[in-house]
Write a new protein. Structure first.
Length: 150
């Protein structure tokens, strides 16, 4: 049932799905990578540092997360040196999934300075038709009216 619901949801975004099964499997692989190798380290560290403003209270976990977050960024960097997007040369749901926390990784203390292919990829995502920037959040996690985070 979950697989059917997942496929129905993805069907609504057909233009963001690769055209063949191998590429679709690669897209799903990147989406699983985001959930298990990227988000647990980059997003949670950002939450503690930027939103909670409690680096000291989470220092041990942040110390644990930083090398794992950088490892995830390294996997992305390697791929993005070879292609414009994560799945071949086409923008896909995989790019959207990984863009979300990668573009705000600096708010958790991750320096993207050593990841030029990833930074270029972030620019390519922003250049996509119908790109909508996220609202900026204040330190309490509330939207700041009239501001965006590109």
């Amino acid at each position: 049932m979950i697989e059917r619901q997942f496929r129905e949801t993805i069907a609504r975004y057909d233009m963001l799905r690769p055209g063949d099964r191998v590429a679709e499997a690669q897209m799903l692989s990147w989406m699983f990578f985001e959930q298990y190798s990227h988000e647990p380290y980059i997003a949670t560290t950002r939450y503690w540092v930027y939103l909670l403003k409690d680096r000291a209270g989470h220092a041990e976990r942040i110390e644990h997360n930083m090398p794992l977050g950088y490892a995830a960024l390294g996997v992305m960097e390697k791929r993005l040196r070879e292609a414009d997007f994560l799945v071949g040369d086409e923008y896909s749901l995989a790019d959207i999934a990984l863009y979300a926390y990668t573009h705000v990784a600096d708010e958790g203390g991750f320096d993207l300075g050593s990841y030029p292919a990833t930074r270029s990829w972030l620019d390519r995502i922003r250049d996509q038709p119908r790109y909508v920037p996220m609202e900026r959040l204040d330190g309490a996690g509330h939207d700041v009216p009239g501001t965006t985070r590109s």
